[in-house]
Design a protein around this ligand. Structure first.
Ligand code: GLU
Length: 503
């Protein structure tokens, strides 16, 4: 195989294992690879690392593709789009891994290991008990090649181990500079298990080299794997790529970010109504800051222009949910109203428990435009639109905060007078008529200010304060027309409230 050419076009990859949801840690790795590729005019590769056959599932592969597409990333090579160095899914490549391993054995750079698992476990425990590095003691390292071949031919199970040379292993990391590991912490690693299944540290090297990857950008949980991989590049005679290990992401309590901290997968954030551009903007700031460090709002195009791998910090990044939501609020406000309304529909459908017709969707768009300003996440919209969506006269009458208004001497008079006018009104009631009727009650009953407005507002919405009647009345009327039985109109509310009030 030809050597990779680091000096050529940048080629980077995102190499997820399809064993679960894509979490922000992995998504940030994908994002930094994508930003680097797009900025360098390079190539972004998606590779599916499914050598862990027990934990890998096709549905996770489908979902991860959907999730990272939702985030706004696209790739030039991958299992779905093909490319010049297939296959892009490891389980389709067993023969290639096996061939290179045999080559290493033939060249004396790797050897067959017949050690039994129980012996290895015992040796490991003994080393740990003596506070020694639990390295492989090298039992099979110097087995005679002919003897090894005889045992294998006789059917004795064997793994293949790489011979780690006795010298320090050094590599360059764009985020950390030169990194050196003593060979003593890297013992002869298994590259192919006795079952024939190759291990991650080995297949990743074969793939990165075959796919001509120039820069390996990944999480720093892989830092201790890198010397093993560098040893493999050297054994195979391949050029070692540049590395960039991204720092760990911590939760607000400075512990490693995990499910314990709440939403952490792309799917979770999407379900909450976080916009992809907000999440992309926020994740870009996890470990990277622009020159000057002040600016925080970046569109995807601006990120591609500004991003600089050399400015990525090795210190852990703390995930600040509030900052993400602040950015999200900004993007909801800035977003095209039709797009935001479209994204909001499922949240209304879920809250109302109905399928939305075209008319109902238009109504949701009106509700979003009138009441949806400055929500942090789209899933807050139904709550924000509560005065229109919900109507419960019994709860309004029982609410402690309404007690004083409902007990006031003039309240009965206001309610009766207003209800009589509404009952005589044709449907739909316009916002102008609604206000005119309040004025009429004011004149006729001689009651004004809060004593007039609060009872009417409780009758209509169940609370004394909230959005203006000008906004509420048209939404209630349109809602009752397009979602009858789900959204109560003005007349229906007033009638039901009066029945409960009298009852
Ligand atoms: N499949 C590995 C993971 O998901 C990829 C590691 C790498 O990028 O080399 O962690």
């Amino acid at each position: 195989m030809e050597q990779t050419l680091i000096a050529g076009k940048a080629r980077v990859r995102f190499a997820p294992s399809p064993t679960g949801q894509v979490h922000v840690g992995n998504a940030r790795t994908a994002l930094f690879n994508w930003l680097f590729a797009r900025q360098q005019g390079g190539v972004f590769i998606l590779r599916i690392e499914d050598t862990d056959l027990e934990r890998s599932e096709a549905r996770y592969e489908t979902q991860l593709i959907e999730d990272i597409q939702w985030l706004g990333l696209d790739w030039d090579e991958g299992p779905d789009v093909g490319g010049p160095y297939p296959p892009y899914r490891q389980s389709d490549k067993w023969q290639v891994y096996s061939d290179y391993a045999e080559r290493l054995v033939a060249e004396g750079k790797a050897y067959r290991c017949f050690c039994k698992q129980e012996d290895l476990d015992r040796q490991r425990e003994q080393a740990m008990a003596q506070h020694l590095q639990p390295n492989y003691p090298g039992t099979c390292r110097n087995l005679d090649a002919k003897e090894a071949e005889r045992r294998r031919a006789a059917g004795e199970p064997s793994a293949i181990r790489l011979k780690i040379p006795e010298k320090p292993i050094r590599f360059h990391d764009i985020v950390r500079g030169w990194v050196e590991f003593s060979n003593e912490v890297v013992s002869d690693l298994i590259i192919v298990r006795s079952t024939g299944v190759p291990v991650y540290n080995y297949v990743v090297v074969v793939d990165d080299a075959e796919m001509r990857v120039t820069h390996v950008i990944r999480g720093d949980d892989h830092l201790s794997n890198t010397p093993k991989q560098v040893a493999l590049y050297e054994a195979l005679g391949w050029e070692v790529p540049e590395f960039a290990h991204l720092s760990t992401i911590l939760g607000p309590d400075k512990e490693r970010l995990s499910k314990r901290h709440g939403a952490t997968s792309l799917a979770n954030f999407r379900e909450m109504g976080v916009l992809p551009e907000a999440l992309m903007n926020y994740m870009a700031l996890l470990g990277w800051a622009p020159t000057g460090g002040e600016r925080e709002i970046f569109s995807p195009t601006e990120l591609v222009q500004e991003f600089d791998l050399a400015r990525v910090t090795p210190s852990p990044a703390v995930f600040d949910f509030e900052k993400l939501y602040w950015l999200n609020r900004h993007y909801i406000k800035e977003g095209a109203p039709e797009r935001i309304a479209g994204l909001a529909e499922p949240f209304f459908a879920r809250a109302l428990g109905v399928e939305l017709t075209a008319d109902a969707k238009a109504w949701c768009a009106h509700v979003t435009a009138a009441l949806g300003h400055s929500v942090n996440k789209l899933d807050e919209l139904p709550e924000r639109a509560g005065p229109v969506l919900k109507f419960d006269p019994a709860a309004a009458l029982a609410a402690g905060e309404n007690e004083e208004v409902l007990k006031a001497e003039t309240t009965g008079k206001v309610l009766e007078a207003f209800a009589a006018k509404i009952a005589a009104e044709a449907e739909p009631v316009s916002a102008e008529r609604f206000k005119a009727m309040i004025k009429e009650v004011q004149k006729e009953a001689g009651i004004k200010g809060p004593a007039l407005f609060h009872p009417i507002r409780i009758m209509l919405t169940g609370a004394q304060s909230g959005p203006e009647f000008d906004k509420l009345v048209p939404l209630m009327e349109e809602g009752s027309r397009v979602l009858p039985g789900t959204i109560a109109g003005v007349k229906q509310r007033v009638k039901a409230f009066m029945e409960a009030w009298k009852g």
